[in-house]
Design a protein around this ligand. Structure first.
Ligand code: CUA
Length: 356
């Protein structure tokens, strides 16, 4: 790929697609700037007002006007289609087997919560060459942040109260810097961290709570690297060593919440219909509401149902006796409960997955 220096390394395949589109856009802009400005200068000199030179009157030229409308239209359609393809690759098309990490932003730091129940601050540990899906939100009552990993060309707003999702598959091991890229207050500039992409052996060590050497920064050198290492290096090493495994997995924690918070009284986990719908096999499935709307039961749907159950009443459950739970569960608990509901794959889902 073209490298004009100062550009971040493209550490994912999607980043490379992004770069190709980017350079195409730059190319189109440069080309048409020349097409417009070079003749403009030439004509300004050639046809300038001077004694003995009489201008001809030209009103229009149909062929020329159709040509310069049609060609840009085609180019814009190409940009639209190409942009859509890259956007899908970059944001939407997370492989179904992707490892999932929950991201929580707050003023001014980041918490990452893994499937095994562990959490880390400001450092996101992932294996190399494995797809990772991020489910991101900001702390209750916090402001909007934005997660930006330049080496991955990945940028997504992190908003309190809803989940935004994105994904990546890093192909270069090492520490890739990320930023908060939405001005969020006095501590915005310290809201930085790193995606730590580990080789398979290191990833296994980290998963089992063993110490690993922090890999080097990728694509950062000189003064900035020393600054970052000074601010993060010690904390990073510390976190790697103390990564402990005594937590419950996300799913187990969710199961416990399901029982302890009393959800189980109305929502079974085995398909038995209670006062409310069973949780079995609902995740990712469509549901019809009493007002006729069809929604997909994804992370945002479940969160909405917990915080304001009367806003979206499922057909057949119009009695709507569930009290709203806004703020009753911490963000990390909500993640666990959603992970638990997601884990309850019913027969309908299993069937559909084998058919595909
Ligand atoms: Cu968070 Cu800027």
């Amino acid at each position: 790929m073209m490298d004009f220096g100062g550009y971040p390394i493209a550490a994912t395949a999607a980043a490379e697609s992004w770069d190709q589109l980017h350079w195409f856009l730059i190319g189109v802009c440069v080309f048409f700037s020349l097409v417009v400005f070079v003749p403009m200068v030439v004509f300004a000199i050639k046809y300038r007002a001077r004694p003995g030179h009489k201008p001809t009157y030209i009103s229009h030229n149909n062929a020329l006007e159709i040509f310069w409308t049609a060609v840009p239209t085609v180019i814009l359609m190409v940009i639209f289609a190409w942009g859509w393809i890259v956007y899908k690759e970059l944001v939407i098309n997370a492989p179904p087997n992707a490892m999932e990490v929950k991201v929580m932003a707050r003023s001014w730091g980041w918490t990452f919560q893994y499937e095994d129940g562990r959490t880390t601050n400001d450092l996101l540990f992932v294996p190399v060459n494995k797809p990772v899906r991020l489910v991101m939100t900001a702390a209750e009552g916090d402001v909007i942040h934005s997660f930006f990993v330049p080496n991955f060309r990945l940028k997504k707003d992190v908003v309190p109260g809803i989940y935004n999702t994105t994904w990546f598959e890093a192909r270069i091991p090492g520490r890739h810097q990320f930023f908060c890229t939405e001005y969020c207050g006095a501590g915005h500039s310290i809201m930085i961290g790193a995606v730590v992409v580990l080789e398979e052996e290191d990833w296994q060590l980290w998963r089992w709570g063993k110490a690993i050497d922090m890999p080097d920064w990728v694509g950062i050198g000189g003064k900035r690297e020393r600054m970052l290492t000074a601010s993060q290096g010690r904390e990073a090493a510390f976190q790697v060593q103390t990564a402990h495994l005594d937590q419950k997995s996300l799913i187990d924690r969710g199961q416990e919440l399901h029982r302890r918070q009393g959800c189980v009284a109305c929502h079974s986990s085995d398909g038995t219909m209670g006062i409310g719908p069973s949780f079995l096999g609902i995740f990712g499935e469509e549901v019809e509401l009493s007002d006729g709307r069809i929604l997909v039961r994804d992370e945002n749907y479940i969160r909405g149902q917990i915080e304001n159950p009367r806003a979206q009443i499922v057909r057949g459950f119009e009695h709507a006796v569930m009290p709203p739970y806004p703020g009753r569960l911490s963000e990390l608990d909500l993640n666990a409960l959603i992970a638990y509901i997601k884990s309850l794959q019913g027969s309908t889902t299993a069937q559909r997955m084998t058919e595909e």
